[in-house]
Design a protein around this ligand. Structure first.
Ligand SMILES: *Cc1c(COP(=O)(O)O)cnc(C)c1O
Length: 448
C-alpha cells in the first residue's frame, strides 16, 4: 500500500474505492491559512482589472454591449426545482441557481478565470511596450499597434475543453496566437469550435494531466510564450474569486440576508479546484464563517476530497487510491487537485460530496424539466448539495455542530457550463438521462 495512505481514514477509503456517493465534512475547516496565501488585496486587484477592461471587452465582443463589457451571470430562485426534489423552503431554506452555465462568450465558469488571466497578460505586455500608461484606457489594447504586438506572442493552455474554449477565444480576440492542448477523447465539437476561431488544437493520448504537461513543456521551450497553468495559476484563481462581489450584490437585490441566523450554502462542481476554490476564497473574504462552501466531485474523480482527507500537503491522486478517473463529467475528470488551491481549501472548505454519473444525468434532467435549463453533465454536479446537507447524517451533524438554522438559509447551486454545447449534444445527454431513468423504474405495464 502507498505509504501516503497510512494516515487516511480506513472506512472513508473503503467507501471511496467502492464509488459509493458520500458527503465528507472537512475536519480542518477554520484552521489557519497557509503563509503566503493570496490576500484580500489580490482579489480587489482582479476585480479592478476586470472592471477597467470592460470597455475593451465590449469592443471585442458585440454580445457584451448590453452588459457594458461585464462578464456576469444571473442569480435566480428555483422554487420548482426545489419542490420537485422534495425540499420545503420554510423548513430547509431557499434554493437558488447561480447561472454560470450561461456566462457570455465562453458558456462556462472558465470565462471568469480564463479571461482574467489573458487580460492580465495583455496588460503587462502592452504596458511594457508603452501602448498605454498605467492608469490609461484599456480600449487601447484593441488598437493596431497592440494587436501587432500580441500577434508575436503565443498563449498556450492544456485543457479537457472549457478552459481551452475560454482561453482560446479571448486570446484569439486580442490577436495572440493561441494553442490549446487537449486529450484525444475531448469532445469533437469543442475542438471544431476552437479551430473555427483560428485557435491551433494539439491532441494528445492520455488524460487531462498529460495534455497539460505537454502544453507546459512546449510553451516553456518557445520564446514569447505564455502557458496558462490550470494546476497552479494564481491569475485564474483570482479571476474566479472576483465572482464573489457581484454575487453579494445579487443576494442583496434578492433580499437575501447573510448572517449568523441566515447562513449561505454554496455547492460548486470541482475539477482541479481552481474555479470552486477561487469562488470559495472570494466568498470567505465577504461573508467569513456565514458562508459554507461544498464541492461536488464525481465518484471516480474525487481529487480534492482525497487530497484534503489525506491531511497532508504531499500530492495524493485518485489513482493512488485505486480509482480510474473515468466519468462522463469531462470538466471534472481530474485525478490530482491543484496544489495551489488544496492547502487553502483545507482551511476554508466545509466539505465535499461525490456524485455518480447516473445521478449527474438524473439531476441534469430534473433541472431541465423543472426550470427549462440545459446543462452539461459536469454542471449538474452541485444539484444534490442541499439534499446532502438536509437529508444525510453527515449533513445534519454539520448543521447542528455549527448551530445553524436552516429556515432562513440560502442555498446556491452553481451551474457551471452548458450554453455553448450544441443542441444535438444536449439531446444526447437528455436521451441518455431518460434511458437511465426508464431502466431504474419498474415498468408500469406490469402493474396488475
Ligand atoms: C472546469 C469546470 C469546472 C471545475 O473547475 P476547476 O477549476 O477545474 O475545479 C466545473 N464545471 C465545468 C463545466 C467546468 O468546465
Amino acid at each position: 500500500m502507498n505509504t501516503m495512505l497510512k494516515a487516511f481514514p480506513a472506512d472513508l477509503l473503503a467507501k471511496l474505492k467502492s464509488r459509493e456517493p458520500l458527503l465528507w465534512v472537512n475536519p480542518r475547516l477554520g484552521s489557519v491559512m497557509p503563509e503566503n496565501s493570496p490576500t484580500v488585496a489580490d482579489v480587489l486587484t482582479a476585480e479592478t482589472r476586470l472592471a477597467r477592461c470592460a470597455g475593451l471587452m465590449s469592443m471585442l465582443f458585440d454580445e457584451l454591449q448590453v452588459s457594458g463589457g461585464v462578464i456576469e451571470s444571473e442569480l435566480f430562485e428555483v422554487a420548482r426545482l426545489q419542490r420537485a426534489m422534495g425540499s420545503v423552503p420554510e423548513h430547509d431554506g431557499t434554493w437558488f441557481i447561480k447561472a454560470d452555465h450561461a456566462l457570455p462568450i465562453a458558456g462556462s465558469i472558465k470565462a471568469r478565470g480564463g479571461f482574467h488571466e489573458v487580460l492580465a497578460l495583455a496588460e503587462s505586455i502592452a504596458l511594457a511596450h508603452g501602448i498605454f500608461i498605467q492608469d490609461g484606457d484599456r480600449r487601447h489594447m484593441a488598437c493596431e499597434p497592440a494587436r501587432a504586438l500580441f500577434a508575436r506572442h503565443t498563449v498556450t493552455v492544456g485543457s479537457t475543453g472549457n478552459l481551452g474554449l475560454s482561453i482560446g477565444v479571448i486570446a484569439a480576440a486580442l490577436g495572440f496566437k493561441a494553442v490549446v492542448h487537449m486529450s484525444t477523447d475531448a469532445k469533437t465539437w469543442k475542438k471544431d469550435r476552437l479551430r473555427m476561431r483560428g485557435v491551433q488544437v494539439v491532441e494528445h493520448d492520455g488524460d487531462y494531466a498529460a495534455a497539460v504537461e505537454a502544453g507546459r513543456t512546449q510553451a516553456l521551450a518557445a520564446p514569447l510564450s505564455h502557458f496558462v497553468d490550470d494546476e497552479q495559476s494564481l491569475m485564474l484563481f483570482l479571476g474566479y474569486a472576483a465572482a464573489a462581489r457581484h454575487l453579494a450584490l445579487q443576494l442583496a437585490e434578492a433580499g437575501r440576508t447573510v448572517d449568523a441566523s441566515h447562513p449561505l450554502f454554496v455547492y460548486l462542481p470541482c475539477g482541479v479546484g481552481g474555479a470552486p476554490g477561487g469562488i470559495t476564497f472570494g466568498l470567505k473574504v465577504l461573508f467569513g464563517q456565514h458562508v459554507h462552501c461544498f464541492f461536488a466531485e464525481p465518484v471516480a474523480s474525487p481529487c480534492m476530497l482525497v487530497q484534503l482527507a489525506s491531511q497532508q500537503n504531499l500530492p495524493l491522486s485518485v489513482y493512488d487510491i485505486g480509482l480510474d478517473n473515468r466519468t462522463e463529467a469531462d470538466g471534472l475528470a481530474v485525478g490530482q487537485a491543484s496544489h495551489l488551491v488544496s492547502p487553502l481549501m483545507a482551511a476554508q472548505l466545509s466539505g465535499v460530496f461525490t456524485v455518480s454519473d447516473e445521478q449527474l444525468y438524473a439531476d441534469l434532467l430534473q433541472v431541465l424539466e423543472a426550470e427549462g435549463i440545459a446543462l452539461e453533465p459536469s454542471a449538474a454536479a452541485g444539484v444534490g448539495g442541499p439534499g446532502w446537507l438536509t437529508n444525510s447524517n453527515a449533513g445534519r451533524n454539520y448543521v447542528n455542530q455549527h448551530g445553524l438554522a436552516l429556515a432562513g438559509a440560502t442555498h446556491i447551486i452553481w451551474t457551471t457550463g452548458g450554453a455553448l454545447v450544441p443542441k444535438e449534444e444536449h439531446r444526447r445527454f437528455q436521451d441518455h438521462a431518460r434511458t437511465i431513468r426508464a431502466q431504474s423504474r419498474p415498468s408500469s405495464s406490469h402493474v396488475d
